[in-house]
Ligand binder design. Sequence first.
Ligand SMILES: Nc1ncnc2c1ncn2[C@@H]1O[C@H](COP(=O)(O)OP(=O)(O)O)[C@@H](O)[C@H]1O
Ligand SMILES: C=C(OP(=O)(O)O)C(=O)O
Ligand SMILES: [Ca+2]
Ligand SMILES: [Mn+2]
Length: 661
Amino acid sequence: MASNGNVSGVTPKSASAGRNGLPKITTHKKQNEICHDDSSAPVKAQTIDELHSLQRKKSAPTTPLDGVQGAFANFAEEERHRQQLQSISASLASLTRETGPNLVKGDPTRKPETPRVQHAPDHYVAQAFSASDSSLKSTHVLHNLSPAELYEQAIKYEQGSFITSTGALATLSGAKTGRSPKDKRVVRDDVTEDELWWGKGSPNIEMDEHTFLVNRERAVDYLNSLEKVFVNDQFLNWDPENRIKVRIVSARAYHSLFMHNMCIRPSPEELESFGTPDFTIYNAGQFPCNRYTHYMTSSTSIDLNLGRREMVILGTQYAGEMKKGLFGVMHYLMPLRQILSLHSGCNMGKDGDVALFFGLSGTGKTTLSTDHNRYLIGDDEHCWSDKGVSNIEGGCYAKCIDLSREKEPDIWNAIKFGTVLENVVFDEHTREVDYLDKSVTENTRAAYPIEYIPNAKIPCVGPHPKNVILLACDAFGVLPPVSKLSLAQTMYHFISGYTALVAGTEEGVKEPRATFSACFGAAFIMLHPTRYAAMLATKMEKHGATGWLVNTGWSGGSYGSGSRMKLAYTRKIIDAIHSGSLLSANYKKTEVFGLEIPTEVEGVPSEILDPVNTWSDKKAYKDTLLKLGGLFKNNFEVFVNHKIGKDDKLTEEILAAGPNF
Ligand SMILES: Nc1ncnc2c1ncn2[C@@H]1O[C@H](COP(=O)(O)OP(=O)(O)O)[C@@H](O)[C@H]1O
Ligand SMILES: C=C(OP(=O)(O)O)C(=O)O
Ligand SMILES: [Ca+2]
Ligand SMILES: [Mn+2]
């Protein structure tokens, strides 16, 4: 109607046109009659506040306690809320003051719903100090908010938070858009001194207990100084017998929603009986560490204290720091229970065949484990116990740079309401995301609950793996697209953990560069790499798993002259591994690395299977191959004097399974 230039209630012919050609609008009003534009009964509210209170229904009451009814049920619920707040209060207690701010549950802009709780003095308090201003202050606790509530918090209070055209929450992580491994510290005490991997090659840079407490107090004071903090109580590990309870205290709705998506979400019943967490993260985000503090070399510090079961984050808002920090904790706790923790993706075929995808950041764990023809168990962190595999997390964290609907439809479709989209660029009006835009960072990311992938396997557990796929993004372009590995070769490459680090996920890396990271995740392992390798060898042998090395990196030359392996080809190779057809292919052995490569893979041009064919300059190929072989040899030197497991024979075989020239 409007497009015809016709205005409702106006007859164009009879209306006299004004100077601008628009018809004059006449309203027909009967005399002595009040206009009744409501056809339905008026709302049962006298004031706008009353109207608003009608809008919000109280959350469905959670499990009624057995035998507790009526007024007592109410009392029991209040008591549970009080206990919950008491537990959070204990987490947030200062170690040096007897009284801290009062904790109040709920949004500061709303009336408090539950009683306030005073910070209980921790057993650590040596001497009581007199009351301070902080004891007069209130801090509001936003405990396990829903995604919708977190959206509102983020949009109202956190700059750079927007809803994208598909409903995801776009956020900015601030100055840091990747992890800061150089700023990670681990407390060295009597126990960890003997148990953990220290020294050359180890990611564990030591810190003493006292310095940890200084940073912990800094984070706790910062969090308590805020008007409100977010608290997430969640689980890690889908194996019910080895589930860990984690609490994450943070300053931002973005962080709370990120962890809501990434950890396992408790049911309302599980949340009620959550009790005391097994591990707590204090994420002070933008608040920096103090450079005068011992061991601090920048404004960022990520501190792990296994004894206290705590982690402190100062001076970085990159959310991946929390998920990978907890992964480090699992890399300590699980091997103590004879369970192998794995930096791998994991999926399962219709017949129950499970595949693991090991690889460093950007090598394809998330991309290749998210496979429309298979059930997704998880994209990044798993455990392999005597019962099979289990995902540690409840969500996925996909790289979004160059994301396309065609190549990665499942990840594309997972970017909807509830998903956190980090550091992406979007149209200011339509809010459509431009996944090609690297203006903020290369390392743009999407964090979504695993059930956003349609064929996710819930619960995220599966039987023992049949295939162990090692992903390497070889920037030199000399590793074959796929090779079948002997057990010794699998161990050699697992311990080496070679890839070209793709720009973005770690600070300061601007272009691919060869790197070795033991167990395809040296930044997260806590024990000596040979400990994990020995467990992997035992499990692979026991369950008859086959090892594969897949190069998702360059073909036809090194980075700069060649090009990245086509994702479609890599997918075909992975399909052939899953189906078992690659096991029975014809193989030939490559020089230098001694890798078994197939002569044919369905859907992949045969000439690319041997990289020498794809290089026009054969001498350059040979030189590059030898150069990479040399880098492998140098890197492996630190492991030469280490025994892998109890088997001397395996140790010798592993040493012999590297490049030979
Ligand atoms: N041949 C390939 N195999 C796997 N990934 C590829 C390939 N070519 C390009 N990519 C891109 O590389 C990135 C791999 O990242 P991702 O799967 O998130 O790695 P990870 O989970 O191991 O950190 C994705 O952006 C993917 O689209
Ligand atoms: C989040 C990360 O994981 P990945 O790149 O392996 O997916 C990371 O390394 O910071
Ligand atoms: Ca000791
Ligand atoms: Mn990933």
